[in-house]
Design a protein around this ligand. Sequence first.
Ligand code: IMP
Ligand code: MG
Length: 177
Amino acid sequence: MKKEITIHGQKFEQFIKAETIAARVKQIAHSLNETATEDTVFVILLNGAFVFAADLMRELNFTPPTLFIKVTSYHGLDTTGEVQFDHELIAPLRGKKIIIIEDIIDTGTTLHHFIASLSHAGVADVQICSLLYKPNKLKHPIKIDHIGFEIGDLFVIGYGLDYDEVGRNLRDIYVIC
Ligand code: IMP
Ligand code: MG
């Protein structure tokens, strides 16, 4: 039987186990070890990517610079379509190669706007690494270089992802019932 949890009166059931996530994170790190270089800046999008980034970065066999940027675009179950972040943080990325570490790509709105700002700021090369990806929801053309898991049009929590700021610390990923 699947593990179930309730958050704010909403039921969620176990969807991707911690061991499965860990194995996939190792595979992604392995491929980054082959392709990324010491001068690639790892740009970690907060809040959601903090758990994924922590596990992924500790599997790397090199020590790239890291930058944390808090990007907000989401409230409860719906994307607002607005993307906000501190633009001063990306100015030092001019001429740099970067890899964006993201928790989940849903409509792609967040990344679409963020990447436009990066290109405006003169970033030389942008790669994308996302733990989760919902291909059916994508509204903007985005080339994703590293994907952990493709999922359906489902709302998920855990491993950094939240339901109204709750559930980020769950070891497994859960799906809404
Ligand atoms: P997008 O802009 O629609 O691609 O949404 C991206 C952001 O929305 C992600 O970085 C998450 O913070 C949030 N998000 C999208 N789908 C989910 C989900 O299923 N659970 C929790 N957060 C989500
Ligand atoms: Mg996010």
